[in-house]
Design a protein around this ligand. Sequence first.
Ligand code: ADP
Ligand code: ZN
Ligand code: ZN
Length: 736
Amino acid sequence: MPMPEKIILSIALPIPVDRLFDYLPPSTLNIEQLSPGMRVRVPFGKSSKIGILIEIKNSSESPLDKLKHAEEILDSSALLLENDLKLLHWAHRYYHHPIGDVFTSALPTALRKGKPSTLKITPHFQLSALGNDFDPQLFKNAHKQRALFELIAKQKKPLSQKEISSHFKLWQDSLKALLKKELIQSCNAPTQNTAPLQKQEPLLANTEQQIAIDHIIKNKSHFSVSLLDGVTGSGKTEVYLQSIQAILDNGKQVLVLLPEITLTPQLESRFNARFSTKIETFHSKHTETQRLHAWLNMQQSKSLILLGTRSALLTPCPNLGLIILDEEHDSSFKQQEGFRFSARDVAIVRAKMLDIPIILGSATPSLESLYNVQQNRYTRLTLLQRAGSATPPSLALLDIRNQYLQEGLSPTLIKMIKNTLAKNEQVLLFLNRRGFSPTLICHSCGWTAQCKRCDANLVVHYQQQKLRCHHCTSEQFLNKTCPDCQSDELKPLGLGTERVEYALNSLFPQKRVVRLDRDSTQRKGVLEDHLSAINAGHVDIILGTQMLAKGHHFPNVTLVALLDVDSGLFSIDFHAAEKLAQLIIQVAGRAGRENKKGHVVMQTRQPEHPLLNTLIQQGYSHFAQAALAERKEAQLPPYTYQALLRATAVHPQLALDFLSEVSLTISKQAFNTLLLGPVPAPMQKRAGQFRYQLLLQNEQRKSLHILLNAIVPVISKLKLARKVKWSLDVDPIDLY
Ligand code: ADP
Ligand code: ZN
Ligand code: ZN
């Protein structure tokens, strides 16, 4: 008699080991019910873990009698579908990151913790057939019942209990009475599976927009990458909206990725005005349950549009028809810890696997994307004009050498601010440093406040009377006297946004100043309140960090000033010039976005600097071409491919020895890969750990990955690998 075939479940578990784990199915389970992509609870060590079923197979490399039974299957159908699994397998191979971590990162936290994957149905109420023919006069003295009945009758869609509560207090008894009289009935929430009707009419696209829209719509049923290269204020959103409409008309889903949570409310309201279908949003400021619902609504095709940040990228959308990545140049699309993926690159692979279009939008496209245009891999769609009646802002350098600065503000700038405010227009000031001052120095002996755990100064936070490290969690009270010489001559050195805020308040006491940075917007809702105050004209001066650089539309801002562009000019990372140019153009783009002309000034002590001059005189496109030529000359990405191995340890020698051993291993087998290092990271000590790095570079992407495939398993088995923390960053975007 043939033995019944063994069934073995291969499972991805959320642990930093790059392998799958084999289990036997739960003893009570009908095998027919199993499919890859379901969650499984399995015994692991002394406790249990939730993993994802990857494969059902008939054999295992482990001895069968050693295999344990899985405890429980948590889902009745697969959460991750075939295409999702395929994409995750690709991402695992490409980023060489532990498989379990890659797969579980596709699930929202609630599902990782084992919460049910079913949507709770909230009962809704509508009139019954009987109710439809009922004359409310017949309620006589039952006023409450009548009022509730009329409220429900008035609605075009079924009402939830929550919606009823917003109109009435103490309605439960009346509701029960109406149900008992069979005048109303309970039903499910209204569904929106059909292609939605448009609400607000589309704008009349200008010629450039129309060319872009036509191109995207013409290519909507197959894979193509469109780089929508549109100057700030050129109406990229309108191109997105009209392209999305064409996809919705086909009943398909759309995934829109944004760099920042702060941009979602603004875009969400523009989407809501245009589309009558429900817009799902997914980002880290939502609660776990909100994220779970958005995820499941997309996964079950109940919703058609998902707006989210990087973390929304892997949300299953069985019917996906278009991906849009707005502000594609933004570095927040790259995850900088754990599973270090680029949401832009994975999104492109996702579109390719699904054979659907993807749009990358930016006023300052990344050098990678421009290079891909040169290589004819992407189509560049340009919007050179601002939409509507807006004109491009003027850009100028403000030489501040030998100028008397009042907390970083030159006399010329102060005059410009005054003139702008006198016209009742808004001013935006940009300084990419939060806190009061970046340094606290003793005027008598030269002591400076340093972080004990990092190679960094402590930053003065005056309002809170604290000294804080911006690289770890260290903080302490603001000293009153110098710990070295006991002098009380401690001086804050340098500028932060908090300090400029004080200066502005004393220079312009009648004016309202709002500071937007990570410190001032920590509490939930504060940023939204500030943004709506700005748009309602209740703010005169907006001061902030790079938070301001991202896509905001402030119609009444006509003067933008960058207080200190010089600090970005001298970095050892070859990405720095590109990032600085993007930042300058993006901040500048907040000026004059409607019918009033905008002016941008940059305070600098380097008025001859070629980067600043190219940008101002010739624009971003020229800068980018020049920067690409430099990269080619220096054989740097995108002309070559890099991977960065980082190692940290409490004892510097361990990290260094580990990377030296890795370097030796590699050089034995990879003659065509350039090895740079190991060297200390630019900030060598951080949060008590010493950091070293080894850069790998190859002219061929493929060769680099063949090498990584070969060495990653070897590296993980090195003895020293257990004594350090190490990570691999494929296509690193900063070398820190
Ligand atoms: P971008 O994202 O390219 O910086 P936006 O999409 O925010 O620009 O558009 C800038 C402004 O131009 C918005 O107020 C928008 O409503 C307006 N706009 C866009 N397209 C048109 C158009 N075709 N006609 C009139 N106004 C437009
Ligand atoms: Zn001192
Ligand atoms: Zn620190």
